[in-house]
Ligand binder design. Structure first.
Ligand SMILES: C[S@@+](CC[C@H](N)C(=O)[O-])C[C@H]1O[C@@H](n2cnc3c(N)ncnc32)[C@H](O)[C@@H]1O
Length: 117
């Protein structure tokens, strides 16, 4: 696929992600969706857990977690446009889901607030 990064440096470059989300309008799952990962999630997570999804992109994982009973899911990404898209897609139907434009490298963000990251 022509959208995929050519180098490891590109994969780590915010400019690459900005261009990727401009081209890739529909959800793209890099690591697998809930259907594929449910066995792991259901084994290690409890519905009441406070879950942080780092680098959510345009994945539908947060909404799938929500629809399967995990209501306390906060998702962050460095790309502001993809966060707005996630908010628009989920705001009405899944009001408790939180999507924030933030970097995982922000000092003080990953404090002891989450049960699962
Ligand atoms: C490989 S994609 C994974 C997207 C999604 N989680 C999935 O499984 O399909 C990596 C994502 O991490 C985001 N990202 C890169 N660096 C980040 C950082 N420092 N903090 C938060 N998100 C970051 C990118 O914008 C991109 O959406």
């Amino acid at each position: 696929m022509v959208l995929l990064p050519k180098t490891q440096q590109e994969f780590a470059d915010p400019k690459y992600w900005k261009q990727f989300f401009e081209k890739c309008e529909t959800p793209f799952e890099w690591y697998g969706d809930y259907v594929q990962l449910a066995g792991v999630f259901d084994k290690y997570l409890k519905p009441a857990d406070s879950i942080l999804q780092i680098g959510c992109g345009n994945s539908i994982l947060a909404e799938q977690l929500y629809d399967n009973g995990y209501r306390n899911v906060r998702s962050i990404d460095i790309d502001s446009k993809v966060i707005v898209k996630q908010q628009q897609r989920n705001g009405q139907k899944r009001p408790e889901l939180v999507f924030e434009c933030r970097s995982a490298t922000e000092v003080g963000f990953l404090y002891n607030f989450f049960n699962a990251e």
